[in-house]
Write a protein that binds this ligand. Structure first.
Ligand code: NAP
Length: 284
């Protein structure tokens, strides 16, 4: 039976360290501050906003919320982001996406300066992940996977990591983060021919396909760690991961649950990036 890698455990340990760093900043007169920019009011965005607010409150970071009407123009949104870029008291910005259809995602997201891009959405942040330049921040979900592996003492160096999914939010940046930690990385996608075989060969299997239980029986192997990024609604409305949890726990060595795994750690990583941004601005 596999060990269950609970996200709450990672978050608790992370929060203790982040609180100390926030207090050190406050003693220098700096309050770490996250701005949240939302267009419209869809429930998924509001839920993410509430989660980020709760995490920030827990470690003593300030949150400033900016909500635009669903019908706001792209120019209004760009102006708002530019004002956030120029405001020295704001250290990070979370732009909730997807944006309404009348806005061009590329233009809007790349208006944000990489120094405040705490969720790794700009091309410059992603470039930083690929070059290792340290410019900007990696997407929080990709970074949360590394945080979980580190917390539970799972070695990355020299091990074979297999990622299912190649999106810019999870798969691709995560491949670079794992490579920078000296893993040997395989990235799978819908055209991968022998997916089960690839998954079985992994020491660390990370699933980010967005399809409930798509990684099933015959995809797992003994000794393996499974990090399940997927969040999918099951037929009864309950959340399910990409991995068949029962099959994974009966074969692998360690598995993250859904819910209560990667998703729990992601918003704490966001706060970590805000603290880092505040520390970097203090150093300047
Ligand atoms: P996405 O943009 O839809 O990308 C999905 C990727 O998975 C694509 O590269 C796709 O391959 C691949 N894929 C889909 N079905 C596959 C299959 N049957 N076999 C092999 N590969 C397959 O999704 P995303 O934004 O990366 O998100 C992935 C999942 O993570 C979703 O469930 C999402 O809700 C979840 N998520 C969780 C968090 C969190 O905090 N825990 C954050 C973000 C996302 P192709 O490129 O060939 O199409």
């Amino acid at each position: 039976m596999a060990e269950i890698l609970k996200g709450a455990e990672v978050t608790s340990a992370l929060n203790i360290r982040l609180k100390q760093r926030a207090e050190a900043l406050k003693s220098k007169g700096i309050t770490p501050c996250l701005s949240i920019v939302r267009v419209g009011a869809n429930e998924a965005d509001l839920a993410y906003e509430r989660g980020a607010e709760k995490r920030c409150a827990a470690i003593g970071a300030e949150v400033r919320k900016f909500a635009l009407d669903e019908a706001a123009s792209q120019e209004e949104l760009i102006k708002l982001i530019e004002s956030i870029n120029a405001d020295k008291s704001i250290h990070g910005c979370l732009l909730l996406r997807p944006l309404p259809k009348h806005m061009d995602d590329n233009t809007v997201r790349n208006t944000l300066c990489p120094e405040k891009d705490v969720d790794g959405i700009t091309d410059q942040s992603l470039c930083g992940v690929f070059t290792g330049s340290g410019r900007g921040y990696p997407p929080c979900t990709a970074a949360a996977c590394i945080e979980i592996l580190d917390h539970f003492g799972i070695d990355i160096e020299g091990r074979h990591a297999v990622i299912v999914g190649r999106s810019l939010v999870v798969g691709k940046p995560l491949a670079m983060l794992l490579l920078s930690r000296n893993a040997t990385v395989t990235v799978c996608h819908t055209r991968t021919r022998d997916l089960k075989e690839q998954c079985r060969r992994a020491d660390i299997l990370i699933t980010a396909a967005g399809r409930a239980k798509v990684i099933g029986e015959g995809s797992f192997s003994p000794g393996q760690t499974v990090i399940d990024v997927g969040i999918n609604a099951g037929p009864d409305g309950k959340l399910l991961g990409d991995a068949d949890f029962e099959a994974a726990i009966s074969t692998s060595a360690a598995v993250t649950p859904v819910p209560g795994g990667v998703g729990t750690v992601t918003s704490s990583v966001l706060v970590k990036h805000v603290i880092e941004a505040a520390e970097r601005s203090a150093a300047l």
